[in-house]
Ligand binder design. Structure first.
Ligand SMILES: NC(=O)c1ccc[n+]([C@@H]2O[C@H](COP(=O)([O-])OP(=O)(O)OC[C@H]3O[C@@H](n4cnc5c(N)ncnc54)[C@H](OP(=O)(O)O)[C@@H]3O)[C@@H](O)[C@H]2O)c1
Length: 212
């Protein structure tokens, strides 16, 4: 049993991670500012701003999942918030999984990341802020922090939850595409990949992508 704290545990990504981790018998704490309507049995729900509660929760964690989103009043806050979480996870010796965006991936080895090209306006701010959180880990992660930065497929999101298939691929920072050239991963399968990295860590201080 692993003690996992999921920041953003009531969001699209976080709720799937919470459900998956709890179903595998882990001790899960979900953090959000508002309590969810649907509670997962056995999960401890903590309400409060990440910066108010992290100092109390992270020291007891074996793994920390950062699944906030840079939207609404969180826009512009994510890098500093994640800097704090990464430092606290390092001090606790906890595995640190930070969720980012598809745009931080590359279309081909060595090619510029998608975020360096033209991004549709409605996604641009989120893509740039997500990329800044990747750079934070790649360039400034505390020494000794066992981090992994996870990008979903391009078609991932609350608007397309999909189904659990139990079958997906995990790549590096080069985007994976299916046989038809599509880029998709369901919420449940993405969460599975994240909890897999906690149960059996394969990638260390690395950027990975999850897709079919
Ligand atoms: N295709 C893609 O590339 C793609 C698609 C979707 C998401 N993503 C990325 O995945 C990550 C997660 O996104 P998501 O859509 O799963 O997020 P989401 O559904 O918006 O959930 C955000 C979660 O964070 C919580 N939260 C926000 N601010 C907080 C604060 N100050 N303190 C504590 N909790 C806070 C929210 O609950 P409260 O508001 O109640 O606090 C909620 O639980 C983001 O980095 C996003 O960019 C990428």
């Amino acid at each position: 049993m692993t003690r996992i704290v999921v920041f953003g545990g009531t969001g699209y990504t976080g709720a799937n991670v919470v459900r998956e981790a709890a179903s595998r018998g882990h001790q899960v704490v979900s953090v959000s500012r508002t309590e969810p309507k649907d509670l997962v049995r056995g999960v401890r729900y903590e309400t409060g701003d990440v910066e108010q509660v992290a100092g109390r929760l992270v020291p007891d964690a074996d793994a920390v999942v950062a699944a906030l989103s840079p939207r609404g009043d969180m826009s512009g806050r994510l890098v500093e918030v994640y800097r704090g979480l990464a430092q606290q996870a390092a001090a606790a010796g906890a595995r640190y999984v930070q969720v980012g965006g598809f745009s931080s991936l590359r279309p081909a080895p060595g090619a510029p990341r998608f975020v360096e090209g033209d991004i549709p306006e409605q996604f641009r701010d989120e893509a740039l802020e997500g990329e800044a959180t990747r750079v934070l880990l790649a360039e400034e992660a505390p020494e000794g922090l066992d981090w992994v930065f996870v990008s979903p497929a391009g078609g991932y999101g609350a608007w397309a939850a999909g189904e659990r298939t139990g079958s997906f691929r995990v790549g590096d920072d080069v985007a994976l595409f299916d046989a038809e050239g599509g880029s998709f991963i369901s919420g449940a399968d993405f969460a599975s990949a994240i909890v897999d990295e906690i149960d059996r860590p394969v990638h260390h201080r690395a950027h990975i992508g999850v897709a079919y």
